[in-house]
Design a binder for this molecule. Structure first.
Ligand code: MF3
Ligand code: CO
Length: 290
């Protein structure tokens, strides 16, 4: 880390003097570093202007998911969900982040039943009664990224699947309680893992959440099988997703060879995921997308 003069402009780009901005912050970070903590790099610490930009992006992400929630039903195809997401996002002069992202062909991920995540919308996938589906929306507005996902139950769904969807949603709140400055991401990860296993489920290990804001995927990588007191230190100005994938059966998953994207459970049992995007604040957190 370069040494910034006390009266120099702060490295965060706020325009404020360093001594009035991130000086105390840096001293705290340094103390944690001496204790061996993994501390966040400066480039993932957002300034107020950037936070406002990400907040606005998040509002569109929420509105697009609200639209999906109002219209999703038995008999529609996941291709139609893709069209809604494209139309709604562009209506707000924003861009669907998944479209052409590393070759992803659609504007949204739709993952049904034993599909864990990254399902590709298709005219061949018709939603039927009893299905559970994750719709994962990501938005770029003025260069700022947001990302969140929700589960939907189609018609009458079995009690077993309903419970999986509900408990996965609850796990987000359980994890969220651990999000505060100067705690560790592992505090959150362990809370979610403990909650899921206490309820008889498993947590996908290979795929996690991520920092986000100026890019789609930034540091840190966010695990939900991590341990208390480990992983990156959470500090004010950090933005990341909480998006655990919780399986009814085993935690083993694989990527479909044919499309290179869709992740499935190895045992073909259902998987659920909810995703929120959070900002770590001076005294806790703010939810930027859900
Ligand atoms: N929202 C998903 C995630 O955070 C997006 C995956 S990339 C995509 O992992 F290309 F599949 F959209
Ligand atoms: Co994400």
């Amino acid at each position: 880390m370069e040494k910034t003069g006390r009266n120099d402009p702060c490295w965060c780009g706020s325009g404020k003097k360093y001594k009035k901005c991130h000086n105390d912050f840096d001293e705290k970070i340094h103390a944690f570093q001496l204790k061996g903590a993994i501390v966040p790099p400066r480039k993932i610490i957002k300034n107020p202007v950037q936070i406002e930009g990400i907040r606005e992006s998040g509002k569109i992400n929420i509105a697009v998911l609200d639209y999906v929630a109002e219209h999703i039903k038995e008999g529609i195809t996941t291709e139609e969900i893709d069209r809604w997401v494209y139309e709604q996002t562009t209506r707000y002069h924003a861009i669907p982040a998944p479209l052409n992202y590393q070759g992803f062909p659609k504007s949204v991920c739709t993952s049904v039943n034993d599909q864990v995540c990254h399902g590709i919308p298709s005219a061949d996938v018709v939603l039927k009664e009893g299905d559970i589906i994750n719709v994962d929306v990501s938005t770029i507005l003025n260069g700022y990224f947001s990302d969140s996902s929700r589960m939907f139950c189609i018609g009458q769904v079995s009690e077993e699947k309903k419970r999986l969807v509900q408990k996965t949603k609850e796990s987000i709140s359980v994890g969220l309680k651990q999000v505060k400055p100067w705690g560790f991401l592992g505090d959150m990860g362990q809370a979610i893992h403990d909650f899921a296993t206490e309820n008889g489920y498993t947590v996908v290990r290979q795929i996690g959440g991520h920092g986000i804001g100026l890019e789609f995927h930034e540091e840190p990588w966010v695990s939900y099988v991590s341990e208390r007191g480990t992983e990156m230190l959470m500090v004010p100005g950090m933005v990341f997703t909480i998006e655990p994938m919780i399986n009814m059966g085993s935690d083993e998953v694989f990527v479909d060879d044919a499309d290179g994207w869709t992740v499935y459970t190895e045992d073909e049992q259902p998987s659920a995921q909810w995703e929120i995007q959070v900002l770590v604040t001076d005294n806790g957190y703010e939810i930027l997308a859900y």
